[in-house]
Design a protein around this ligand. Structure first.
Ligand code: PXL
Length: 277
């Protein structure tokens, strides 16, 4: 019998379009050689154009889904995405507190890429108070980073990213990766910080088009690399590289946004290119 692959437990919501949420996490984790464990936090009604509705699951169901697998098998990393309610944040905070040695990747999902709101102020406060202090690496985009640290939304534009990172680290996460897709720069610049400052900053060619599920892909890819035992700086680089290639091979299955192809490496085109080179 072969050894099991590294196991990553993702707390996330269902997206029936397969673009974001738990479906994105499962595809990404599987593509990077991990076994995905999935705890559903909420169910969304959405397509590639937008979100119609969200139903948060009863938090007892979240606790029970997680506890049953955690008591059955060892887990190598946690990944946290859309939460859905304050009670869910409390439930997840209690669970991960019992496993302090397992790395936690927190993707603070506050809004969809298209701007649909996915967290209210109470949820944001609970994330700040209960989850960030237990987080190994938080992966906000620049807008989420600013919102997480500010009470007053009017100030959003004036806070620089280094300041947001410092504040997130002060609240208690070990590392902050702030992504720069929404910044007005030629290339997309993603920067990883710890309390000593910048650990790495990577620039990526900006791809045209609007993608659904890129943040879920990046954060799951980081969790997968950590689960494989890679150090943090390498995990962050490998995950960005993976996500960029998944976006570059993105496809448009419906009438809305493009979705990343998390199995880009398995397509015939990529195969042929490999054989040619
Ligand atoms: O991309 C953030 C995200 C996470 N989880 C779910 C989502 C979205 C964005 O739409 O729908 C379920």
């Amino acid at each position: 019998m072969s050894q099991p692959p590294p196991k990553v437990l993702s707390f996330a919501a269902s997206d029936p379009s397969g673009g974001a949420g738990i479906q994105a996490d499962i595809l990404t984790l599987a593509s990077i050689g991990c076994h995905p464990l999935s705890v559903i936090t909420a169910v969304t009604i959405q397509d590639t154009v937008g979100i119609e509705n969200i139903m948060a699951l009863d938090s007892e169901w979240i606790t029970d889904q997680a506890r049953i697998v955690l008591e059955d098998m060892p887990v190598d990393a946690f990944k946290i995405g859309l939460l859905g309610s304050v009670e869910t944040v409390v439930a997840i905070a209690e669970i991960i507190a019992d496993y302090p040695d397992i790395p936690v990747v927190l993707d603070p999902v506050l809004a969809s890429g298209r701007g649909d709101p996915l967290a209210n102020e109470q949820i944001i406060t609970a994330i700040r108070d209960l989850l960030i202090p237990q987080t190994t690496i938080i992966t906000p985009n620049s807008l989420e980073a600013r919102r997480l640290i500010l009470e007053n939304e009017d100030e959003l534009e004036i806070i620089d990213l280094k300041q947001s990172a410092d504040r997130l680290l002060q609240i208690g996460c070990e590392y902050a990766l702030i992504t720069g897709t929404h910044e007005n720069t030629g290339k997309v610049i993603n920067t990883l910080y710890d309390t000593n400052g910048v650990i790495r900053s990577d620039e990526w060619q900006r791809l045209p088009g609007s993608y659904h599920g890129s943040g879920c892909t990046l954060s799951s890819a980081i969790a997968a690399s950590l689960a494989h035992g890679l150090p943090i700086a390498e995990s962050v680089y490998e995950a960005q590289d993976y996500t960029w290639h998944a976006l570059k091979s993105g496809f448009r299955p419906g009438m809305g946004q493009y979705l990343p192809d998390r199995f880009f490496w398995a397509s015939d085109e990529n195969d042929l290119e490999e054989k040619k080179s």
